[in-house]
Write a protein that binds this ligand. Structure first.
Ligand SMILES: [Zn+2]
Length: 134
């Protein structure tokens, strides 16, 4: 696994800690193979651009090389939605895994699309939680 975080200041310690733990769990469970160098840019904003005119909590880009963007301002995300802080942290994890599933599509030469992504994301997230709860 060659995922590397780039935290753009200010990212709060709880967000950073949560993401570092998630990466360690992803490494340990080997549920996703990442043979490429995959930078993950965590920005202090409630949303990131997908580069196509849309905004979301996370985005995957692959031209010219694969990379992930995560909206790391969880406090602002919780304030702007009906989520509490814990739920927003959960959602951050889920968003990251979602983009990794898009990475898998790209890695395998498949079309980048939403079909099947939500289900695989939930399965991976559940397996990680099961593996780390034990
Ligand atoms: Zn998606």
């Amino acid at each position: 696994m060659t995922i590397r975080y780039y935290f753009r200041k200010p990212i709060t310690p709880d967000v950073r800690g949560r993401l570092v733990l998630l990466l360690s769990n992803l490494n340990e469970t080997r549920l996703i193979q990442v043979p490429h160098f995959l930078p993950v840019h965590v920005v202090p904003a409630p949303a990131v651009s997908d580069g196509e005119g849309g905004y979301g909590f996370a985005a995957f880009a692959w031209r010219p090389t694969p990379r992930v963007f995560l909206a790391g301002d969880v406090k602002e995300i919780a304030a702007g939605t009906s989520m509490d802080h814990q739920e927003a942290l959960e959602m951050l994890e889920e968003s990251f895994i979602h983009e990794l599933v898009h990475y898998e599509q790209w890695r395998d030469g498949r079309k980048i699309q939403e079909r099947g992504v939500a289900v695989r994301t939930r399965n991976i997230h559940r397996k990680i939680k099961e593996a780390t709860a034990a």
